[in-house]
Design a protein around this ligand. Structure first.
Ligand code: ATP
Length: 334
């Protein structure tokens, strides 16, 4: 029997509280030994306490080592650093793992891609300065160790999960140093994995190739910004942002969150699709070795899609709360 596990829960902003409530109710229906430690960060917290990330958030994550997080809004143009980026850097969560799978028979069926996005470097370090009033410099930071560890994660994942190919995405024809080093390290590392096919593709061509034929790819590894853009593109291939999960993983702490943002256009309307966060929670359960529970959720979710029990973003008519009760019903009857 597992020991009691505490999980930090950050409901977040916009649709965050609705989808977090759905996902925790679904997991609670499995009667696992999990307890939720709720803390607030983001816009809601800024309004309540004047802080975007109060100390209690760090305290809770430091203790529990695992967090489930709703999307968080960072006020634009007021000098605030993105909460998402701050947490990733604070805990050195260098791997952003984003599996992209088709759940329903859409334009493209049977899509099964895994994106490894470098999560702590690149343009996301937020180092920008005005050279003069009409000129801005933004710094893209790339380190040898940063490149090596994310590319290695992608190859190790490919070996562990019996995948065939790793595609490294870059723009080394223009950024000869910053992306050139990423490519050079990828090529060198690929020699240590003779059973995994390796290729590199320039990011603009990658976008076109993904739209033309996504199934030609398998595991994709990219620096921070390219990885983020490719994730949204790939989300579009499988029906939209409502279904794409993510994990931010470091050496001893992991934060699980959907790829999508706060979706202010549908917030508070009981319309949000909890699937992406639910699949992120499945990744969390697998990380905690609750394989059976994760499998039960995935099976129930497959049934929802087979029976076209979908939220509005996917062409269905279920509300967030209908989705939650239907999922719990399927889980109880498996
Ligand atoms: P951010 O800049 O915070 O990453 P974004 O620009 O990617 O956000 P989102 O907030 O993710 O934007 O929303 C993009 C579109 O996708 C919106 O129309 C939104 O309603 C829709 N969307 C995102 N997540 C969901 C969801 N879980 N359920 C339904 N629709 C969603």
């Amino acid at each position: 029997m597992k020991n009691q596990t505490n999980i930090t829960v950050i409901p977040g902003d916009g649709i965050g509280p609705e989808i977090v409530s759905s996902v925790t109710q679904i997991i609670d229906s499995l009667d696992l030994k999990l307890t939720w430690d709720y803390v607030t960060a983001g816009k809601t917290s800024l309004e309540d306490s004047g802080e975007l990330i109060p100390q209690i958030v760090y305290h809770s994550i430091n203790q529990n080592k695992i967090a489930l997080k709703g999307p968080i809004e960072t006020p634009i143009g007021k000098g605030f650093r993105s909460v998402n980026v701050s947490l990733r850097q604070q805990y050195d969560l260098y791997t952003n793992l984003r599996p992209i799978r088709s759940l329903k028979n859409d334009r493209y069926s049977n899509i099964d891609l895994i994106i490894f996005r470098e999560n702590t470097e690149g343009l996301y370090i937020g180092l920008e300065k005005n050279i003069d009033k009409d000129t801005v410099h933004a710094t893209k930071l790339v380190t040898r160790s940063g490149c090596k560890r994310i590319i290695k994660e992608a190859f190790d994942f490919a070996v562990k999960h019996n995948r065939k190919k790793v595609t490294l995405v870059h723009k080394a024809n223009i950024l000869k140093l910053a992306d050139g080093m990423f490519l050079e390290i990828g090529r060198a590392l690929s020699k240590e994995y003779p059973d995994i096919e390796f290729e590199d593709v320039i990011v603009d061509n990658m976008c076109m190739q993904l739209v033309l034929d996504p199934n030609q790819f398998d595991v994709i590894v990219a620096q921070n910004l390219y990885g983020d853009i490719l994730s949204d593109l790939c989300a579009g291939l499988v029906g939209g942002l409502g279904t794409v999960p993510g994990a931010n993983i470091g050496t001893d702490i992991a934060i699980f969150e959907a790829v999508h943002g706060t979706a202010p256009d549908i917030a508070g309307k009981n319309l949000a699709n909890p699937t992406a966060l639910l699949l992120s929670a499945c990744m969390m359960l697998e990380h905690l070795e609750y394989f059976e529970a994760s499998n039960d959720i995935r099976k129930a979710l497959d049934k929802m899609f087979q029976e076209k029990l979908l939220t509005k973003d996917l062409g269905g008519n279920l509300s967030t709360s209908d989705f939650t009760s239907q999922m719990i019903g399927f889980i109880k009857n498996t």
